[in-house]
Design a protein around this ligand. Structure first.
Ligand code: SF4
Ligand code: SF4
Length: 381
C-alpha cells in the first residue's frame, strides 16, 4: 500500500485534482445555468490570451472572459518563466487526458509510438504558432472567442452537450482521443494555441533541464518517456519550447544524469514540487477568495452601461431572471407566447416550451429565440 502511494507522483495528484475540479465546475454550469455558475471559459487562461488586445485597445473583455481568466494567465505566466510549462505538464485537463489515453494505449499493447517522420515533425510543430496567431487576430477583429467552436477542451468539458453548436470541436476531440492511444500528446505538439503561447514564454524563461554527459549511459529512457517526443539523450540542455516540465525524463533516468535548473541552479525534484506549490497552487487557492476574482458579469443580459443585449439571453437563463433584468413584464410573455398564468418562473427558457407543450408560430416547441423576440419588442429603444 505504502509502495502504491509512493508511485503516485504529486504531478498525477495535481492532474487528477484539476480534471475533477474543472469537470465539477463545468457540470455545475450546465446544471445550474449561467446565473448560478460561470461557464468553463472563465477558468481557462486561453480566454485571456484571446481577449488581451480587446482589453488593451477597447477596454473591455470578450464575451465569457473575465478577471478570473486574466488572473490564471498571470499566475501561469510567472510560473512558466520560473518553472517552465508547468500549466501543460501539471494542470491542463486536456494534456492530462491525452497522457492517460497513451498510457491506456500501452496497456492495450500499443507499445511503439506511431509518429510522423522526423523531418516533417520538425516543421509541423510550428503549426501551433500559426493557429495561435490566427486565433488572436480574429478574436480581436471579430470581437468574439472565435476558437470556442473548434476547441477540443471546450468540447471535452461539455460532455456531449451543445454538440450542434460545435461539431468540429467534438470531431477534433474524438480524433485526438483516439490518436492519443497510439501517439504522444498530438494536440499539444502540433496544434494547441495555448501550448504555443506558453512555449514562447518558456523560451525566454529561466527553467531548463540539463543532462550530465559524464554519467549518462545513453539508455534513452528519457526519450521514451518524454510526452513531447524530444531528443533528450543526446542534448546537454533541454531548452525546447515544447518541454512541458512533466519531469518524466528526470524521474526515469537510472543514473540521475538529468536535473531541473532554475536561474541556472540545480533544483531537486522535491524542491521543484515545492516551488510549484508556492508559485501556482497557493495563489490559485487564495485568489478565488479575493474581490479580484470575477468569473461572470453582474448580468449576462445587461452590459456595464446598463444596455440590454437581447442576443445574449441564453436558454439557461430562467424566466424570472429575464423578467427582472430586462424589465419586460410576465404579461408580455403570457400574451404573446401563451404562457399559462401560473408558469413556474424558475424554469430555464429552454425548458418552458416542453414543460407546458407550447408551440411558436412555426409550430415548433417554444425556443429561446421566441423569448428574445418578445423582449426585443418590449424594451425601450
Ligand atoms: S499544449 Fe495545450 S492541450 Fe497540451 S497541455 Fe498545454 S495547454 Fe494543454
Ligand atoms: S535516461 Fe538518463 S542515462 Fe538514459 S539516456 Fe537519458 S539521460 Fe542518459
Amino acid at each position: 500500500m505504502k509502495d502504491m502511494f509512493r508511485k503516485v507522483s504529486l504531478r498525477t495528484v495535481a492532474q487528477v485534482a484539476i480534471v475533477s475540479v474543472v469537470a465539477y465546475l463545468s457540470a455545475s454550469h450546465m446544471l445550474r445555468g449561467v446565473e448560478q455558475a460561470a461557464p468553463i471559459d472563465a477558468y481557462c487562461p486561453l480566454g485571456a490570451v484571446e481577449s488581451f488586445f480587446t482589453l488593451v485597445f477597447k477596454g473591455e473583455f470578450l464575451k465569457r472572459v473575465f478577471m478570473s481568466s486574466f488572473i490564471l494567465l498571470i499566475v501561469f505566466l510567472v510560473a512558466t518563466l520560473v518553472l517552465g510549462r508547468v500549466f501543460c505538464g501539471w494542470f491542463c485537463p486536456l494534456g492530462a487526458v491525452q497522457e492517460w489515453m497513451r498510457t491506456l494505449g500501452r496497456k492495450f499493447g500499443i507499445r511503439k509510438d506511431v509518429e510522423i517522420p522526423e523531418k516533417f515533425d520538425r516543421y509541423f510543430r510550428y503549426v501551433k504558432y500559426v493557429v495561435l496567431a490566427v486565433i488572436v487576430y480574429y478574436s480581436f477583429s471579430l470581437g468574439d472567442l472565435v476558437f470556442r467552436a473548434y476547441d477540443p477542451y471546450n468540447a471535452l468539458m461539455h460532455f456531449g452537450n451543445e454538440f450542434a453548436e460545435k461539431p468540429i470541436g467534438y470531431t477534433i476531440l474524438a480524433v485526438l482521443i483516439v490518436g492519443s492511444l497510439f501517439s504522444k500528446s498530438l494536440w499539444c505538439r502540433y496544434f494547441c494555441p495555448l501550448g504555443a503561447f506558453f512555449g514562447l514564454v518558456k523560451k525566454v524563461g529561466f527553467f531548463r533541464i540539463r543532462r550530465d554527459a559524464s554519467t549518462c549511459v545513453g539508455c534513452a529512457r528519457c526519450d521514451k518517456n518524454c510526452p513531447a517526443n524530444l531528443k533528450i539523450a543526446t542534448a546537454d540542455v533541454i531548452d525546447s519550447a515544447d518541454c512541458v516540465s512533466c519531469g518524466k525524463c528526470v524521474g526515469n533516468c537510472p543514473k540521475g544524469s538529468l536535473g531541473y535548473t532554475v536561474f541556472g541552479k540545480r533544483v531537486s525534484k522535491g524542491r521543484y514540487a515545492m516551488l510549484v506549490a508556492i508559485v501556482v497552487v497557493l495563489p490559485l487557492v487564495v485568489l478565488p477568495f479575493t474581490p479580484l476574482w470575477k468569473t461572470k458579469p453582474e448580468s449576462n443580459i445587461v452590459n456595464v452601461r446598463g444596455e440590454v443585449n437581447v442576443a445574449d439571453i441564453r436558454g439557461s437563463n430562467t424566466l424570472e431572471y429575464v423578467i427582472e433584468t430586462t424589465g419586460v413584464p410576465f404579461d408580455a410573455f403570457h400574451k404573446e407566447l401563451g404562457l399559462p398564468k401560473d408558469t413556474d418562473l424558475k424554469l430555464k427558457l429552454k425548458d418552458v416550451g416542453s414543460t407546458y407543450n407550447l408551440k411558436n408560430a412555426e409550430g415548433s416547441v417554444l425556443e429561446t429565440e421566441d423569448f428574445r423576440a418578445v423582449v426585443l419588442r418590449h424594451i425601450p429603444k
